[in-house]
Design a protein around this ligand. Structure first.
Ligand SMILES: [Zn+2]
Length: 508
């Protein structure tokens, strides 16, 4: 985020640290303010009561079955008080009643672990409604039409709905957004963009079928991707637009699902010396996006961010086996350190960046990094079944499931960033994807339905449900497993790839 000139950050040091110097009148006033603030903070974090009786408020008991880790503020606190720590405290005060299961805004029933049920019916209603008309206030979403389709279809599919009856509607909605020069725009008459093309392709994969697959003009898509390829190995997101790891990931998803030629299209071959393939230099570009913190930024030299981390790791996992591509292009110990620091207690959910707040959508962006890292650490798969030895889960499935089910469900349907926020279809999709990630173990096998050597690793993933004895959610709340790279069902990704493999190859 750019710094705003003239606006000072509100950083304050507790005056207890300045005992040796006598306080001025202004400092005494400030000290009084701090004492008051600390008292408020104690009230905010420690005394959540549903009682409205007078006198000192008694602390309400949490639902039974919840470990203290998820009901108490952290015991260690940095004494430096800043705008950031104030925001964190305010967020905790909003989350704790939900984590304890004592908020009036929560729906039950609560299970023996103190976790509320997934309000499946409400969320289904919300997502079906999100596929209908929008009021005028949503005009800003006009450039995100394929995304609106993808988020709804993905959320419905995760909850077990059959979305194939929506096939013709999806095809006819996307048809006008495909440009004759290749790719899909975000709306009618808009230039093609890699993000909207990614959402369009994944939506077609989910509804499936020859009619949907045949909609895509692969030849012009290939030529357009060639125009987006840059001489440092990365991709711009649109012609004349920015270059970042979203572009790298979306391009790799499209190339691998559509079985596009890897060679540069004619006209580009002489313009990009040393990069004869669309994938050349891409892993090296992503490597340059790892920051001093260990996370991954949108482009070399900027700040590490959870969504960019997923894009980069998923892109590397398309380019080859994670134990080769991730292990050789990332500093793994540093990446593990940064990624581990994204999960907070007591919230249990993930933040996207250092010193930022927990947010439900990172349940996917950060949560879905873990299977990719685990695969990189497990090494080359030896069989068609789950590996007998594995590094296992590297994040707290329990914490994430608790945060999602306790804090992210809006009482009127749909899922959200955190308590106090509205639901939207973006968060509904990615919070549910994160919940699915906590409910399944993902692993790679030594076999792949992909007939060609390129990308065979990307199609070798399988999953199995987590052990019910270790789950904190009810078994009826288990969602469909999603492919950890393509963020759609495994079968949907495979069927699309195999359909295009069986088609005539794209030729000039
Ligand atoms: Zn979010």
């Amino acid at each position: 985020m750019p710094l705003v000139a003239g606006k000072r950050r509100n950083v304050r040091f507790p005056l207890a640290h300045l005992k040796t110097a006598p306080l001025t009148t202004a400092q005494q006033k400030q000290k009084h303010g701090h004492q008051k603030q600390n008292l408020n903070l104690k009230n905010r974090l420690g005394n959540h009561s549903t009682s409205s009786s007078g006198g000192e408020m008694a602390e309400s008991a949490a639902q039974p079955g919840i470990p203290a880790l998820f009901t108490q503020p952290p015991s260690l606190r940095d004494p430096l008080v800043t705008e950031t720590t104030d925001l964190q405290d305010a967020t905790l005060s909003k989350c704790l009643p939900f984590l304890k299961g004592i908020s009036d805004a929560q729906k039950g029933p609560f299970n023996a672990n103190g976790v509320p049920a997934l309000q499946r019916g409400d969320h289904l209603d919300y997502l079906y409604d999100a596929l209908e008309d929008y009021p005028a206030g949503f005009v800003a979403m006009d450039s995100s039409r394929p995304w609106m389709i993808y988020w709804s279809l993905a959320g419905l599919t995760l909850m077990g709905e059959d979305v194939t009856p929506l096939r013709q509607r999806v095809i006819e909605s996307l048809r006008p957004m495909q440009n004759p020069t290749g790719g899909f725009g975000g709306g009618h008459g808009q230039v093609s963009h890699l993000a909207s093309s990614y959402a369009a392709i994944l939506s077609l994969a989910m509804v499936g079928g020859s009619d949907a697959f045949a909609l895509v003009d692969r030849k012009t898509m290939w030529q357009w991707l060639g125009n987006l390829k840059q001489n440092d190995g990365g991709f711009r997101v649109c012609e004349g637009g920015e270059e970042d790891v979203r572009g790298a990931y979306c391009a790799s998803v499209i190339i691998s699902l559509l079985d596009l030629p890897l060679a540069q299209p004619p006209g580009r071959q002489n313009e990009l010396p040393g990069l004869s393939k669309l994938t050349d230099g891409l892993a090296e570009y992503l490597s340059r996006c790892q920051t001093f913190e260990g996370g991954i930024s949108g482009s070399p030299g900027s700040e590490a961010h959870g969504a960019y981390a997923f894009c980069a790791l998923a892109c590397l996992s398309i380019l080859g086996p994670p134990e080769e591509t991730i292990a050789s292009h990332m500093d793994l110990p540093l990446l593990l350190s940064w990624l581990s620091a994204r999960q907070y207690a007591p919230e249990g959910g993930f933040s996207g960046r250092t010193n930022k707040l927990v947010d439900g959508c990172y349940s996917h962006w950060v949560g879905s990094c873990w299977p990719l890292i685990q695969s990189a650490l497990d090494g080359h798969p030896q069989s068609a079944s789950a590996p007998s030895t594995t590094v296992g889960s590297l994040f707290s499935h329990e914490g994430l499931a608790r945060y999602i089910l306790s804090c992210c469900q809006h009482p009127f349907g749909g899922l959200r960033d955190k308590p106090g926020k509205h639901a939207d279809s973006y968060h509904t999709c990615y919070v549910l994807t994160g919940l699915s990630a906590t409910q399944h173990h993902h692993y790679r096998t030594d076999s792949s339905p992909c007939a060609k050597e390129n990308f065979s690793s990307a199609f070798s993933w399988q999953s199995r449900p987590t052990n019910p004895e270790e789950d904190v959610f009810e078994q009826g709340d288990r969602l469909t497993a999603f492919h950890p790279i393509y963020v759609i069902p495994h079968q949907a990704a495979e069927k699309m790839r195999l359909w295009y493999e069986a088609e005539s190859p794209v030729v000039v």
